[in-house]
Design a protein around this ligand. Structure first.
Ligand SMILES: Nc1ncnc2c1ncn2[C@@H]1O[C@H](COP(=O)(O)OP(=O)(O)OP(=O)(O)O)[C@@H](O)[C@H]1O
Ligand SMILES: [Mg+2]
Length: 254
């Protein structure tokens, strides 16, 4: 059993091996808990980090975060090392302007920054803004195909899997699925991960508030029908104090 667990994306203690260029996605209806989960994982990342905060209220934000400003023409091409305090790790934040005529290129320039820097984590709270179905811009496409070459971990959240390019799910090492009412969204996930759609729908329908299913694409199939299947596992909601601490940290707390 230990060998089986070690073969997946989680170590023997059940901790996500996050520093190793992973793609993690979180899907679920509004307010189901995706951003809290994404932020919790992002917080645990040990190096430099960038967040694309489309709604502008998810964070992390605050005095320890460096805000990136402007559009594709103004955004830095290189990591803003001059803003690093001592030798501390840095967190950059970009709140895009949805009215910008270059909105897709703007966010793609931030993805380019993560790729050119390497060894970092990128959190995107609404990934359909950066990888809309059928219209993935160049750097986002590179990230989804080649993130491991640059050792970039991407944490990608969205309420609607069908509005997001199929590559996001197909390339995810781990998928977190929260409450999800739309049939087509559930079917998109089940079909992409190769799960029986009826079984998957039942698992999702049974989820209570903030509970989730976790799919680990790196976990092998059980050897026989008698062995437990760790690929898709149901979890209770994160404890309320963990959710609160994560929210507070993202909004400028320590
Ligand atoms: N496990 C939890 N226990 C208690 N509260 C939680 C939990 N997870 C999330 N919440 C709370 O629920 C609210 C919504 O969470 P979150 O922002 O993660 O939702 P979301 O799925 O990202 O929603 P949206 O689609 O609007 O971005 C937050 O106020 C958060 O603190
Ligand atoms: Mg959110």
């Amino acid at each position: 059993m230990r060998e089986t667990l070690m073969a997946g994306t989680f170590d023997q203690r059940g901790q996500l091996v996050i520093g190793d260029g992973r793609i993690i996605s979180c899907f679920g209806k509004k307010r189901s808990g995706k951003s809290i989960m994404g932020t919790l994982l992002f917080r645990s990342y040990p190096g430099d980090r960038i967040v694309i905060d489309v709604a502008g209220d998810d964070g992390p934000m605050g005095p320890d975060v460096v805000d990136l400003k402007g559009t594709v023409v103004d955004l830095p091409r290189r990591w803003p090392e001059s803003k690093r305090k001592d030798k501390e790790r840095m967190t950059l934040r970009y709140v895009p302007d949805p009215g910008s005529p270059t909105r897709l290129e703007d966010v793609d320039a931030v993805v380019a920054l993560a790729l050119s820097h390497g060894d970092c984590a990128l959190l995107i709270h609404e990934v359909n803004y950066v990888a809309p179905s059928g219209r993935v811009p160049a750097h986002m496409s590179r990230l989804l195909h080649q993130n491991r070459h640059r050792n970039v971990t991407a944490i990608l959240c969205d309420p609607r899997p069908i509005t997001v390019d199929a590559l996001v799910l197909a390339q995810s090492d781990v998928v977190y699925v929260f409450e999800m009412n739309v049939v087509q969204d559930r079917e998109r996930i089940a079909q992409t991960i190769g799960w029986n759609t009826k079984d998957f729908a039942e698992g999702v329908t049974d989820l209570g508030p903030h509970e989730y299913l976790r799919y680990d694409a790196n976990q092998p199939k059980p050897a026989s029908d008698d062995d437990p299947d760790y690929r898709l596992v149901h979890f209770p909601a994160l404890p309320e104090d963990v959710a609160k601490q994560t929210y507070d940290w993202a909004h400028g707390g320590k």
